[in-house]
Design a protein around this ligand. Sequence first.
Ligand code: PLP
Length: 388
Amino acid sequence: MQTIAGFDRIGEENAFAVLARAGALAAQGRDIINLGIGQPDFPTPPNIVEAAVRALRDGQHGYTPATGIPALREAVAADLLRRFAAEVSPDSVLIVPGGKVTMFAAILMFGEPGAEILYPDPGFPIYRSMIEFTGARPVPIPIREENAFAFSAEETLALISPQTRLVILNSPANPTGGVTPKAEIDRLVAGLEAHPEVAILSDEIYDQMLYDGAAHVSLLAYPEIRDRLILLNGWSKTYAMTGWRMGWSVWPGPLYERARKLAVNAWSCVNAPAQFAAIEALTGPQDAVTAMLAEFDARRKLVVALLNELPGVSCITPKGAFYAFPNISGTGRKAKPLAAALLEEAGVAVIGGPDFGLLGEGYIRLSYANSQENIRRAVGRMRDFLEG
Ligand code: PLP
């Protein structure tokens, strides 16, 4: 059998392999603390669960429009207007099965041999994987600790070539927790005006996960790039809904039609009761989100303080998402073997920085979506391991 060469190049997300290995070790009776996978440890708020149950009882069992039910697309548009004063037509909102699907669709739309796509490194691993799949050349945008893990407008713009089709941006960021300041985004958008043929995919899935009073700057707030901006967002992180597979994207006019056709070809529509749950998430009370964020903030401070006490480890304070990305180069160990040994020998699941790109060497990622008690125990085990 001969499949296309893209399948020799497609990568994956090692966090899922670590999750499986952590599960297997736990099944053998090992006490594993999982700081590997990026998902809230809270249950989905009960009003959202109820909305899905109600939808099932009300007979919402059928196909919906491929683009999503109109009331949900309207709720997304209203949410974007309220939070960012961004005027978005519900007709440019596409409901998709998870945040990942938007990057899949966008990269498929722009990637082909001869094209170049810019993406953050370290960054979410699926960006590079999908770029490689299409045969396009992945061009890493360096994300540096000395820049508090923000992207640099100057460096990003300097990487644009006549072959560049798409620039992928992510703030607040996985795996670093970095947040790019508004002044830097202003500079990037101003520079992009000289490259009107380059599309932008802004992954804003952590847009509500900000600390120290920071406000999210959405790329949607820049009318000058709206005709070539694809926005990726979803319910997974903010509403503790990773397993529901609910995401949304905003597409400029001509691309929307392409994305809609891809939906019709691939998934027809998103799970109907989950769409009703998503309406409740956006329009119902937000106190559960506020409470989750307050708890994440407390854990963020705790994990950073504890990590900075470890020998050979230093950790800057992340301003967003729920990840810490400590620099482990002072331990004299490589990141991936260290992550593997922490899981196998110390029972702590973390992800090695190189799983997020070449520039991730020297770092590991800890998701602090776990209880304060488990964070204390996990970092205690890391100390014993590093000192032992
Ligand atoms: N984008 C980033 C930066 C992420 O970290 C994730 C999930 O970890 C996603 C997108 C995908 O989200 P979903 O689980 O909704 O597909």
